[in-house]
Design a protein around this ligand. Structure first.
Ligand SMILES: CC(C)(COP(=O)(O)OP(=O)(O)OC[C@H]1O[C@@H](n2cnc3c(N)ncnc32)[C@H](O)[C@@H]1OP(=O)(O)O)[C@@H](O)C(=O)NCCC(=O)NCCSC(=O)C[C@H](O)C(=O)O
Ligand SMILES: [Mg+2]
Length: 269
């Protein structure tokens, strides 16, 4: 699966949203059976998700199950066995050694959203069946008893710890959701911050958030131009026998060249 810049949660009990999700151009959909679905709607949500998976999607689709040990565990697993999604999202994971029965042989995306989960993130990211980590800051902030603060200051340590764990094991890592669907500016600011922190993409809750996440986490034309310029300067420098070069006063080393090549590759340039 390509690095998802945007991953939209879609409540499994909301048929309208499931239908709408097909049209939004998100890189990844997460059909939800967990916190986005009230207990009395879980059975209907499982049925809807089965039917939607049978119909198929144009983009990769994950299903978020209820936690291991809940009353819904067995029924959730049966539901995703009927028509397998591209992976499973397991919420509130806290220790390595995810039970084999939970994996169903599918790639796993583990939600890091408790203090113990953050501390276990390096071991969780190391597991072979794990494709990615997803931060859940609603649960995490609740468990940590932090208060909302500008720039997510109280959560920065945890956010970076999760990125560090994912990167150490070559796994994908997605930032948490932004709850205020009417605050477009705040949302974009948080996307930029997440990208600066090293996240691959952002999880989303509303259609209005898709395009912004795609843009902020995507490769811009300016980045393509800068990458081309850097590669050209590097090749000239190397031809002149230099081990490293400067470009606009900035030192350029081999890893910057690697980054520039990755930018062009991702942009298909
Ligand atoms: C947040 C919402 C409840 C807002 O709903 P609503 O007021 O109905 O939104 P709109 O009227 O603006 O909707 C316009 C149309 O867009 C469709 N829609 C809305 N949301 C989605 C979506 N997520 N995916 C697909 N389509 C969506 C509506 O159906 C309208 O369509 P139409 O009628 O055809 O015009 C709502 O957006 C929502 O439920 N969002 C998802 C919430 C969710 O999934 N929450 C759980 C996951 S986040 C989480 O758990 C965090 C994590 O675990 C943590 O701990 O942090
Ligand atoms: Mg959560």
């Amino acid at each position: 699966m390509k690095r998802p810049r945007s991953a939209l949660y879609v409540p499994g009990d909301n048929l309208r949203a499931i239908s709408r999700a097909r049209t939004l151009g998100a890189d990844l959909l997460i059909l939800d059976l967990e916190d986005g679905v009230a207990p009395e709607h879980k059975a209907q949500a499982r049925e809807n998700i089965c039917a939607a998976l049978r119909e198929g999607f144009d983009c990769p689709v994950l299903v978020r199950l209820n936690s291991s040990g809940t009353a819904w565990e067995q029924a959730d697993q049966q539901a995703v066995l009927c028509e397998k999604p591209d992976g499973l999202v397991l919420p509130k994971v806290e220790e390595a050694g995810v039970p084999r029965s939970m994996t169903l042989g599918l790639p796993l995306w583990l939600m890091i959203e408790t203090p113990r989960g953050v501390l276990a993130a390096p071991d969780l990211a190391a597991e072979q069946s794990v494709a990615g980590l997803i931060v859940g800051t609603n649960d995490l902030a609740h468990a940590l008893r932090t208060r909302p603060a500008p720039g997510r200051m109280p959560l920065l340590h945890a956010l970076s710890a999760v990125v560090l764990a994912a990167r150490a094991h070559g796994k994908c890592v997605l930032d948490a959701v932004y709850n205020d669907i009417h605050d477009a500016e705040g949302f974009e600011r948080e996307c930029v911050q997440g990208r600066d922190l090293g996240f691959d993409g952002k999880t989303l809750i509303h259609p209005s958030q898709v395009a912004v996440a795609q843009r902020v986490y995507g490769v811009s034309e300016a980045e393509v131009q800068a990458a081309r310029e850097l590669l050209s300067a590097w090749e000239t420098g190397r031809a002149e026998g230099k081990s490293l070069i400067t470009l606009r006063g900035q030192m350029v080393e081999a890893m910057h060249v690697e980054e520039a090549r990755a930018v062009l590759l991702e942009a298909g340039a």
